[in-house]
Design a protein around this ligand. Structure first.
Ligand code: ZN
Length: 350
């Protein structure tokens, strides 16, 4: 069957990173693009909010005061999901009730003292300082003997369960390799063993040749809507040089990473003229002291919006009970993102 036929009929696509599948139903969207063009109400967020626990000088839940920080500020989460002194324990009843203790550390990284900014509206120089904070945290946390995985992630927007607009991300570092990176580790290893190359190097080479799902590229990074994307405007940032973690970024790559972060988040905001919600995260090699030749750092963006600033994709019914499904093809969504300006709509001259 030809690729063009596939794109007109229901088909399943394989996620090569996790080994899972997604159902694509392009025949349900033969209608033209209905994306909202009207601007949603311009939010008036103050530069400083006396009630925000992340703003400089303000009091946090544990009674501590934030310093008068100028760039980034990192602290241990006052409501950590994981704690370091969790006692070691294993529970197993007939292999039916199975549990084990888990040690970990949870941190919060404030991107900026400004309450009203997001990555999309920050200068690339300031985004580089965020990358620097990520590097320091990854190095320090990964060095702990009982920390084998460090997950840096951001929940942006109330739609993603984050009610505080102050720009920040979280880092959860833990003993176990959690499920999502665990699936990727298996597939990275399998591919590397067989081909002696990284799975994402070969995938990126193909994407850069086909240019059907390319959203943006600079000299060190490319952004694609992955072939197997589940969320309408899901993207994947892939470094062109295979690196296992952010500590391996060269100076120019750090600059290019901050550029790619600003551009993709700006394109997202421009899509529906709104501060675009998403969950994003960097998948890096485990910090288990082993050499991870197979691992290729990458960053996922999972945005919930479908057709406007208010209409989101639901993961319900068939998706909860069977597998993920989408109507708009990844190629179609990539072409829309590709065509969007990398100048933020709020910065444009009216
Ligand atoms: Zn991943």
């Amino acid at each position: 069957m030809l690729k063009d036929d596939l794109n007109n009929f229901p088909h399943r696509r394989k996620n090569i990173l996790t080994g899972e599948w997604v159902l694509v139903s392009p025949h349900r969207t033969q209608r033209p693009w209905l994306g909202e063009v009207s601007k949603s109400d311009l939010e008036t967020i103050p530069q400083y909010d006396p009630g925000c626990y992340l703003c400089p000088g303000n009091k946090r839940a544990n009674g501590e005061f934030n310093p008068d920080y100028k760039n980034t500020f990192v602290f241990t989460n006052d409501f950590s999901a994981l704690i370091e002194d969790s006692p070691k324990a294993v529970f197993n009843k007939k292999n039916l009730l199975v549990a084990r203790s888990e040690k970990g550390i949870c941190k919060v990284v404030n991107f900026s003292p400004r309450h009203d900014l997001t990555l999309a509206e920050m200068d690339e120089g300031d985004i580089e300082k965020v990358i620097l904070a990520w590097q320091e945290e990854f190095e320090n946390l990964g060095r702990h003997p009982h920390i084998n995985h460090v997950q840096i992630f951001e929940n942006k927007g109330s739609m993603m369960g984050n009610s505080n607009p102050h720009p920040h991300c979280q880092i959860w570092a833990q003993e176990s390799i959690p499920m999502e990176p665990g699936k990727e580790l298996k597939n990275f290893k399998q591919y590397f063993r067989k081909n002696k190359r990284s799975l994402l190097s070969d995938y990126l080479k193909l994407e850069l040749r086909l240019k059907e799902r390319l959203v943006y590229e600079n000299s060190s990074f490319a952004v694609v809507v992955p072939y197997w994307a589940v969320w309408p405007f899901e993207t994947l940032i892939i470094p062109k040089r295979k690196i296992a973690d952010i500590l391996q970024l060269k100076e120019n790559e750090k600059k290019d990473f901050s550029n790619v972060l600003r551009v993709i988040t700006t394109k997202y905001d421009n899509l529906f003229s709104t501060s675009f919600p998403y969950s994003s995260g960097i998948h890096q090699a485990p910090t288990d002291g082993k050499e991870h030749k197979e691992w290729h750092l990458h960053m996922h963006f999972y945005p919930p919006l479908l057709r406007s600033a208010a209409i989101k994709k639901f993961m319900v019914g068939y998706e909860m009970l069977a597998e993920p499904q989408r109507d708009l093809t990844p190629e179609y969504c990539a072409s829309i993102l590709y065509g969007l300006s990398d100048v933020h709509y709020k910065h444009r001259k009216q």
